[in-house]
Design a protein. Sequence first.
Length: 131
Amino acid sequence: MMMPSPAAGRPQNAQQRHLLKLFNELDEAGRRSLLDYAEFLQTRTSQETMAEPEPEPLLEPKLIPRPENESVVKAIKRLSASFSMLPREALFNETSSLMMAHVMQGRSAPDVIDELEALFEAHYQKYRQGG
């Protein structure tokens, strides 16, 4: 496959003229290599634009029922298992703060667990929205 001669169609811009000049200065093997590389780049670019990655399927929580007289620690374990798709790092600071409010400030376990459930649900909604 040969590049058209300048007479067949003038290059449109400086880059095209420069590429044609370089092409014409190469030997036959160099020309073939340049064309192979150009075809590779064109194929890669067209594949990238055509094949958009499919989004990962959203995982649904496997809600474990809340038992009576549940401790805050057990609630965190239950909610972590129920919402296993959520990254633990994202929840760590907030769950730690709620745990400390229970232990250090004496907040009741049911109140803290209610907040934990709301926290996990809010993070799950963010997950569903892609953020």
